[in-house]
Design a protein around this ligand. Structure first.
Ligand SMILES: Cc1cc2nc3c(=O)[nH]c(=O)nc-3n(C[C@H](O)[C@H](O)[C@H](O)COP(=O)(O)OP(=O)(O)OC[C@H]3O[C@@H](n4cnc5c(N)ncnc54)[C@H](O)[C@@H]3O)c2cc1C
Length: 494
């Protein structure tokens, strides 16, 4: 080849863009797909594809879409600042990405590895199509600390139980140092982009009024949230995480879900605290391993959002009860800690972990409503709605997951409230009609004498609901249903 020709070939090759296909990794720091594209020297073309079709019932819910709107807006602004921008496209993600690669004559596509089944299917389609072409397809770990294919039991099987998974994780997963954001990005010429306002991601009803007070989506908001947690709460996290009215946990779940901060950044940050190996930071990192475990379960059991992992639960006698479900969704069950949690969820798109467990347990046990109904509501209303975390935790609470709390262990919401919200602050914040009730009765207003109710301006059944079901009765009914399941006794199911 002549020198002139080789120069031409080189410059054509150099000008071919590398696509960075952003998914649930909407950040610049420690973003391996972006880092690899920048390091390749090719001009970088960042893109996000909204694909509601492939995900089917699991397309992002209302609260998550609110978050996504703001997150993409932020990412676009940050990318602009770095010398490029974000191209938005809609449609079948594999088809859109392949069409874009053709349109711009891309030399490579870089993207993250995600555990959701439809994302894996999209990757397979892209990889298959590009095989043998001059456009390379690279997948990078941007979402998880571990590669879901690599952690196995000694027999080479996936883990079904958390503790051995966590042990294997701690033994075997090297956690690197987060990579800083590129200082500047050599941007490719950007092809046409859709306008985010045409995607109508924000709710049409004024449901999100309080979301913006509670959250600042995007990478800067994630960093500020992490800093607050490190300064104020990580050291006491092992205890403080259960105090439901305090900011004792990190509130990083939506940022982690959307990848505005990487789990490596969060993990590493806890190792740079003053006492990284004391109970608080250790307990915190264990929760990050729960997140890895949920993704591991989803990776190896892609039907976990739809089917109980313990097959005997397919025969469980749930009650389809739209009235009970609606009362639960609206925070009108008459059980204060449950109603407080459900109203917190509706108001800010997030609920404290302890209260997620209490509200979920009340729905599936006291009300005997199928866990799938609760899961679907959480999916619609959580800003951090995450397929692996949501399904695995719902199955855990319902007792039908691989490593679940036994069904017969039924949370008593009054005792839980008294223990984790002893002053009733959480209930008073989210259920204002109970504000003036004496703390002795705040978790069981039905047990309050008439004088205490009258002094607080409460008329049960009028200003605040009477409980939907007597708690002891609900418990007995749940245990009876469990006994009837497939003819098995409760102790055979645990
Ligand atoms: C019924 C039910 C449904 C849930 N649905 C979701 C969901 O859709 N999305 C979601 O991110 N979490 C879910 N969780 C897990 C947990 O409640 C939230 O991750 C946590 O409350 C988020 O608050 P935080 O960021 O302050 O958590 P922290 O206590 O600060 O924990 C740090 C991070 O660890 C991870 N984590 C913590 N607890 C768990 C857990 N039990 N399982 C998996 N990861 C965990 C989260 O990413 C969290 O941000 C669910 C829990 C229950 C009981």
């Amino acid at each position: 080849m002549s020198h002139y020709l080789s120069l031409m070939v080189t410059s054509k090759k150099d000008s071919r863009p590398a696509i960075v296909w952003f998914r649930r990794d909407l950040r610049l720091t420690d973003q391996a797909a972006l880092g690899a594209a920048v390091a390749s020297g090719a001009p970088v073309l960042p893109v996000f594809v909204l694909d509601d079709g492939k995900a089917g019932a699991w397309k992002a819910g209302g609260a998550a879409r609110w978050w996504l709107h703001h997150s993409l807006t932020q990412l676009h602004a940050v990318l602009r600042h770095h010398g490029t921008g974000l191209v938005l496209r809609r449609g079948d993600s594999a088809e859109v990405i392949l069409a874009l690669a053709k349109e711009v004559d891309a030399c490579a596509i870089h993207t993250g590895i995600l555990p959701e089944p439809w994302e894996r299917a999209a990757d397979d389609a892209v990889a298959k199509h590009l095989k043998g072409t001059d456009c390379a397809f690279h997948r990078h770990p941007t979402v998880l600390l571990h590669d879901p294919d690599t952690i196995t039991t000694q027999a080479g099987k996936p883990f079904g139980v958390f503790t051995p998974f966590a042990n294997a994780f701690l033994r075997g997963v090297p956690i690197g140092t987060p990579v800083p954001a590129p200082k500047r990005i050599k941007g490719a010429d950007l092809p046409a982009s859709e306008d985010i306002s045409d995607w109508a991601l924000r709710p049409t009803i004024t449901w999100d009024a309080q979301f913006a007070d509670a959250w600042v989506p995007g990478e800067a908001g994630a960093a500020a949230t992490l800093d607050r947690f490190l300064d104020e709460a990580v050291n006491g996290y092992d205890v403080g995480r259960n105090a439901v009215s305090k900011a004792g946990s990190s509130s990083l779940s939506p940022f982690l879900h959307w990848g505005e901060i990487s789990p490596t950044q969060v993990w590493a940050a806890t190792l740079h605290t003053d006492h990284p190996h004391t109970a608080g930071p250790v307990a915190y990192r264990r929760e990050l391993i729960w997140r890895e475990f949920a993704a591991h379960v989803l990776w190896h059991h892609p039907t976990v959002p739809e089917e109980p992992l313990r097959p005997e639960f397919k025969a469980f006698r749930w009650r389809r009860d739209p009235r009970a479900l609606k009362a639960w969704q609206r925070g009108q069950t008459g059980v204060p800690i449950v109603d407080a949690g459900m109203r917190q969820l509706w108001s800010i798109g997030w609920m404290h972990n302890r209260v997620r467990m209490i509200t979920a347990s009340y729905l599936v046990k006291h009300l005997l409503v199928p866990w799938e109904d609760g899961q679907a509501w959480f999916w619609e209303t959580l800003v951090d709605a995450d397929l692996g975390n949501n399904s695995v935790n719902w199955q855990w609470v319902a007792g039908c997951g691989a490593d679940a709390a036994p069904f017969f262990r039924i949370f008593n919401p009054v005792l839980q409230g008294t223990k984790f919200d002893p002053d009733g602050d959480y209930v008073r914040r989210w259920v204002p009609e109970l504000t003036k009730l004496d703390t002795r009765f705040i978790h069981e207003p039905w047990a309050a004498p008439n004088t205490a109710l009258a002094a607080a301006g409460i008329i049960l059944g009028k200003t605040y609901p009477k409980p939907m079901i007597d708690l002891a009765e609900g418990r007995a009914r749940a245990l009876a249903a469990l006994r009837d399941t497939g003819g098995k006794r409760a102790d055979q199911l645990v």
